[in-house]
Design a protein around this ligand. Structure first.
Ligand code: ASP
Ligand code: MG
Length: 409
């Protein structure tokens, strides 16, 4: 008998029929004697609908009130799933994040979990009750409703698993695991049986949408055993996210190719080359809470230099306004922006012990005439920024060049 946290995403609870199917799956695990905490997302499309609704009323929604609105999607699904479980003859009780008391900080729309009260859940579990918890939400110290950022139900699932010392956290989704890359772009992409936390973290933060990045960080930190599975298939072990030392067999050098279309690039030209300029440019960007990713500062010439970096495409307008101000203030020549960039990354822990990965990547892209605009590397990944129109081509040729379509035995 194990304590298992199961999380079901929006498509898995997308209509009443699917909610009933989830209930059947939960019922099967319950019948095996497991204690179950089930975390659900809002029905698919619902959170987007709520965001759009808010924007119709207030172009730039007040973050506190936005959280009040967008947290409601999950409240609907916990109630419906509990009803479906009761219809299966199972005791079930639903809780919103604030009812559990998932305590977060007060950063509305991207709050972080600070503490979880497990008492109420434990009592229910001991009574043989299935506990159904709304993902994506919590409450701050002052009692305000908060949300955890898009995709945040994954983090709720992992955080509950950590708090309850669950044996496993199972993330049920519409794919049957983590793939070498997006199969919609590369049909030969393969499902991975295992991937390390570090690789998964890179894949998630680099654009693989299977798990919210923060949930992977959380699972790695608290050693939560995490598995991604399909809610539409009865068979299959999914993908286990695990620690490097636990993987006994020979690892492929590259585990996957991640990409992200939503990038924008800025270059500030003719910046006076003196100490403090990186701070002068990026300080105001950070203050506006805009994530900066890749950064390049050129070698200075004749007392001036160029400075480039990328931001999420959704922040393009705000960043442009900030940089125009910065330009005037520091006497730079020009700000150039390009909102149609994409990032492609090859990821693998095997890179640590193999040379020549970067050159193979660059040669592959060169052979297709794809211009690399920025490069960054870490111990286990190499990322390049390219024009978005070459993205799919780049992913396909790299997948082939690194033989990810071939089964490792
Ligand atoms: N419903 C929220 C979203 O769409 C949270 C989640 O599904 O994980 O972002
Ligand atoms: Mg999700």
């Amino acid at each position: 008998m194990a304590l298992i946290v199961q999380k079901y995403g929006g498509t898995s609870v997308g209509n009443p029929e699917r909610i009933k199917n989830v209930a059947k799956r939960v019922a099967r695990a319950h019948a095996q004697g497991h204690k179950l905490v089930v975390v659900v997302s809002a029905m698919s499309g619902e959170t987007n609908r709520l965001v759009a609704l808010a924007k119709e009323v207030q172009a730039n929604p007040d973050p506190r009130e936005l959280d009040v609105v967008i947290s409601t999607g999950e409240q609907v699904t916990i109630g419906l799933l509990s009803m479906a479980l009761q219809a299966e003859g199972i005791k079930a009780r639903s809780y919103t994040g604030p009812q559990v008391r998932i305590l977060t900080d007060s950063s509305f729309t991207k709050a972080r979990i600070l503490k979880i009260d497990e008492d109420r859940m434990r009592r229910d579990l001991d009574e043989g009750c299935v506990v159904v918890v709304a993902g994506f939400q919590g409450v701050d110290d002052a009692g305000n409703i908060t949300t955890l950022g898009r995709g945040g139900s994954d983090t709720t699932g992992v955080a509950l698993a950590a708090a309850l010392h669950a044996d496993e956290c199972q993330i049920y989704t519409d794919v049957d695991g983590v793939y070498t890359t997006d199969p919609r772009i590369v049909p030969e992409a393969r499902k991975l049986d295992r991937i390390t936390f570090e690789e998964m973290l890179e894949m998630a933060s680099l654009g693989s949408k299977v798990l919210q990045t923060r949930s992977v960080e959380f699972a790695g930190k608290y050693k939560v055993r995490l598995r991604v599975l399909s809610s539409f298939q009865d068979e299959g072990e999914g993908t286990l996210i695990t620690f490097e030392e636990d993987i006994k067999m020979e690892q492929p050098i590259i585990s996957g190719i991640a990409f992200n279309r939503d990038e924008a690039k800025f270059t500030v030209l003719g910046v006076p080359d003196r100490p403090g300029i990186a701070y002068q440019i990026l300080g105001p960007v950070a203050e506006a809470n805009i994530d900066v990713d890749m950064i390049i500062q050129n070698v200075g010439q004749d007392g001036s230099t160029d400075f480039s970096f990328t931001v999420p495409r959704g922040e393009y307008e705000r960043a442009t306004a900030i940089l125009e101000g910065v330009k005037t203030h520091m006497g730079a020549r020009e700000v150039r922006g390009d909102r149609t960039m994409a990032k492609v990354s090859v990821v693998g822990v095997g890179m640590r012990s193999h040379v020549g990965i970067a050159s193979r990547m660059f040669r592959t892209l060169a052979e297709e005439g794809i211009n690399i605009q920025m490069i960054s590397t870490s111990e286990i990944k190499i990322s390049v920024v390219i024009d978005e129109k070459y993205l799919e081509l780049a992913v396909r040729v790299l997948h082939k060049a690194f033989e990810l379509d071939q089964v490792v035995s």
